[in-house]
Design a protein around this ligand. Structure first.
Ligand SMILES: Nc1nc2c(c(=O)[nH]1)N[C@H]1C(S)=C(S)[C@@H](COP(=O)(O)O)O[C@H]1N2
Ligand SMILES: [Mo]
Length: 237
């Protein structure tokens, strides 16, 4: 299997890919334990509901790269740009998972890179076609191994913004944690170092400056910054 084929098969992380990450030291949980046993076997997903979700999603059509509209993208932040210490930045994946993770940007950049050209739609009345580059959230969650009751994912951001998504949308093959925008490093105002990007959700669902991913079986009374002020929770496109 070539690297290209591994990337094209978005439904599963291959054994070989897992070994590559293990070799790179990526498959280490927050307690510092390597995620493979002494004879080198990696524990594979055991949560069948999660496996079924990985296989169930339909891809959304994308645009050609020539269609991007950088001048149409309006920065929309409720509280300005948060200050993030990039040298010590870590993304954590916690909650109802068997393998909580804390990953530096260097770790995240070893996961398979993908890019897509999609339309971002804000309910305030603007839309822009944008190219996003980064990793698929499904790959991160596969590493973290959600438990069988997992249904939702909370995203916490450095500016105090928070969001919750249904797990099926999180593991959609075009739901990314992006670190590039229109072919360049993601600008601070658009959510650097990591933001959500997906063609299946409205703009307010696409958290910028994501620092924490929390898997849960239950939605809390607080569902999202705008949702708690009256916006619809699912926010589908
Ligand atoms: N952390 C955080 N994420 C956020 C927001 C925000 O204020 N804070 N605004 C949301 C809204 S309403 C939209 S439309 C998009 C805008 O993304 P952009 O500023 O990159 O265009 O980000 C979303 N993600
Ligand atoms: Mo928005």
């Amino acid at each position: 299997m070539s690297d290209k084929e591994i990337l094209a098969d978005s439904s599963r992380i291959s054994r070989r890919q897992l070994f590559q990450w293990a070799g790179a030291g990526l498959l280490v949980n927050v307690a510092g334990t390597l995620l493979y046993d002494p004879i080198g076997r990696i524990s594979m997903p055991i949560n069948e509901a999660f496996e079924a979700l990985l296989l169930s999603s339909q891809p959304t059509p994308e645009f050609p790269i020539t269609a991007i509209e950088p001048e149409r993208l309006i920065v929309n932040s409720f509280r300005g740009i948060p200050s993030i210490d990039l040298a010590n930045f870590q993304l954590t994946i916690s909650g109802e998972v068997d393998r909580p993770l804390a990953l530096k940007m260097a770790d995240i950049q070893q996961l398979p890179f993908t890019s897509m050209v999609i339309r971002q739609v804000c309910v305030e009345g603007w839309a822009a076609i944008v190219q996003w580059g980064g990793i698929r959230l499904r790959d991160l969650l596969t590493l973290a191994q959600p438990r069988s009751g997992a249904k939702y994912v909370y995203f916490k951001s450095a500016d105090g913004y928070y969001e919750s998504w249904d797990l099926a949308s999180v593991v959609h093959p075009q739901t990314l944690l992006a670190y590039q925008m229109n072919g360049k490093d993601l600008p601070a105002e658009n959510g650097a170092p990591l933001r959500l990007a997906a063609p299946i959700k409205l703009g307010y669902k696409q958290s910028k400056w994501v620092t924490e991913v929390v898997v849960t079986s239950q939605l809390l009374p607080k569902r999202g910054y705008w949702e708690d002020l009256g916006y619809e929770w699912f926010g589908g496109l």
